[in-house]
Design a protein around this ligand. Structure first.
Ligand SMILES: [Zn+2]
Length: 244
């Protein structure tokens, strides 16, 4: 499979950037993970919007869902133009009913509820989930195809259960939103050292850091991760194709 970072920022995007989001592809199937601010503009660099086959949402914070409404409008406008696309499934948990309902829009998109215990097929992928530790209910996810996997932590502070969940994964995409001096002061997020520890304990082959802060120099976060994880680690690069 191919994994392409669409956005890398936490909270809000840098100018012309996008919040943390990834495109996961295999066999011509395109699945978007999270759809926050700037994502709709950015993802079109890699796939036309009408070719998206599925979207998975980790949680309902604005930096993960802000562009869902515009995505729905893109399909609605094509429908009015006489070029309707198939109904787009948007997977998200339903522990927040009000936000879950917004995933469905007329004939354009349909919300599909996911549970932590689910093992579901999305196109060619087997997808599993793990609850993270975050101020709102949030699911980490693992995409597996042909015995190879990418695990995305979504938003979380350190959680032991993620070590088991990510065990043996080929590519770990971990949030690393905090500088070390902010550890323990901002709930629901990890620092680079923790992302590195997760990659190490899970035996991941490769670590890619995302949900980065706009302040300071994220290279420091990468250095902290590399201090713990001896494998290949880097900050996510928008548009880079990671072959898994
Ligand atoms: Zn969040």
């Amino acid at each position: 499979m191919k994994v392409i970072p669409v956005g890398i920022w936490g909270g809000y995007p840098k100018a012309n950037g996008a919040t943390s989001s990834f495109l996961i592809e295999h066999d011509g199937f395109h699945c978007l993970v999270d759809c926050g601010s700037g994502v709709l503009a950015s993802v079109q660099n890699y796939v036309p919007l009408e070719k998206l086959d599925a979207v998975v949402i980790s949680h309902y914070h604005a930096d993960h869902i802000a562009d869902i409404g515009s995505l729905q409008y893109s399909r609605l406008i094509n429908y009015y133009l006489g070029k309707p696309s198939p109904v787009l499934p948007i997977y998200g948990h339903d522990q927040d009913e009000e936000n879950f309902k917004k995933l469905s829009h007329k004939e354009q998109t349909i919300g599909i509820a996911i549970q932590e215990t689910d093992i579901i097929s999305i196109g060619p992928f087997e997808v599993t989930f793990c609850e993270t530790i975050h101020p709102v209910y949030c699911l980490a996810m693992k995409f597996t195809v042909n015995g190879r996997s990418v695990t995305l932590t979504a938003d979380t502070e350190w959680a032991d259960r993620l070590v088991d969940f990510a065990q043996g994964t080929n590519l770990l995409i971990s949030e690393a939103n905090l500088y070390e001096e902010h550890l323990g002061k901002a709930p629901g997020h990890m620092a680079g050292s923790e992302a590195g520890k997760l990659a190490k304990l899970a035996g991941a082959n490769q670590l890619v850091l995302t949900h980065l802060p706009l302040h300071g120099d994220p290279a420091e976060i990468l250095a902290e991760a590399k201090g713990v994880f001896e494998g290949n680690a880097e900050l996510a690069v928008v548009g880079k194709v990671y072959e898994v």
